[in-house]
Ligand binder design. Structure first.
Ligand code: CU
Length: 270
């Protein structure tokens, strides 16, 4: 949610309800530099989501469930007014900041309702709406994890061995605060501090790291989310970009959980 502390404007584009597919297989979300593409309908339950960035810029895709009586236009209006967390709207996690040409997978739970899909990093893009109709819950089966990442106030705990290759991280939050985890692979000579400064600078200038995706926050901190992606050998940084003051308005520069200790460096050996 890198741009929750910056100033931007939201426009709205609702999908026509005719262009969707409901059925088996993963739900595909594709980011381009013009916005996010996704099905207009998703099934209730634990969903396997594939996130691909076909653009040149870094993108993320937050799923937000809207409260009764709030439509996507109202949500966008509140956000444009500087409200970081519109009342009643619930974050349902989603894939974190991902560089162009990269892909990652998530398994996360969807309840019935109306949602918007947004990239906080490019709020000039349209807010994409989708719905999850009520129905029999059918869960996709998450893969067995190689490591568990615990999100705590205010630190990351990573247990298990992450080696090079395609790996699965099971992400568990413990509250009471909501958290997220973006994954970066450092460029040679760069540090976690460089990533923190770059993030606060809205990912401007020469990047100190490659953005490899992550797990965005859930208001329900009991939710478990699984992430799968390919890890090449290198030095990695986990970073939580949630503002310490959730009442902060966009445009104000606020401290982040990373400043309070939610940043972790780890290595993946060849
Ligand atoms: Cu946090």
């Amino acid at each position: 949610m890198v741009n929750r502390t910056a100033r931007w404007f939201v426009s709205i584009a609702l999908l026509s309800s005719s262009c969707h597919t409901v059925g088996g297989g993963p739900m595909r979300i594709v980011a381009t530099d013009a916005g996010l593409e996704a099905p207009a309908t998703m099934r209730v339950g634990l969903r396997h989501i594939v996130f691909e960035n076909h653009g040149a810029e870094i993108h993320e895709a937050m799923l937000v469930r809207l409260p009764a009586g709030m439509d996507a236009e109202r949500f966008a209006a509140l956000v444009n007014d500087g409200v970081l967390f519109p009342e009643g709207a619930q974050d349902y996690s989603g894939p974190g900041l991902l560089a162009g040409g990269e892909a990652m997978e998530l398994w996360l739970t969807l309840d019935p309702g109306d949602y918007v899909l947004i990239c906080w990093h490019h709020m000039r893009d349209p807010v994409r709406g989708f719905s999850v109709p009520a129905g029999a819950r059918e869960d996709d089966v998450p893969p067995r994890e190689d490591a568990v990442l615990s999100l705590r106030d205010f630190r990351f705990e990573l247990s298990g061995a992450l080696r090079a290759g395609e790996r699965v991280i099971k992400v568990e939050a413990h509250g009471p605060t909501i958290h997220e985890a973006d994954i970066f692979r450092l460029l040679p000579g760069r540090t976690a501090g460089d990533v923190q400064r770059w993030y606060k600078d809205d990912l401007g200038g020469a990047p100190p790291a490659d953005a490899l995706g992550g797990v965005l926050d859930s208001h329900d901190t009991g939710r478990v989310v699984w992430l799968r992606r390919n890890f090449t050998p290198g030095r990695y940084v986990l970073h939580c970009g949630i503002p310490l003051d959730q009442q902060a308005k966009s445009g104000e520069s606020a401290g982040l959980h990373a400043d309070a200790g939610m940043v972790l460096t780890f290595d993946i050996d060849p």
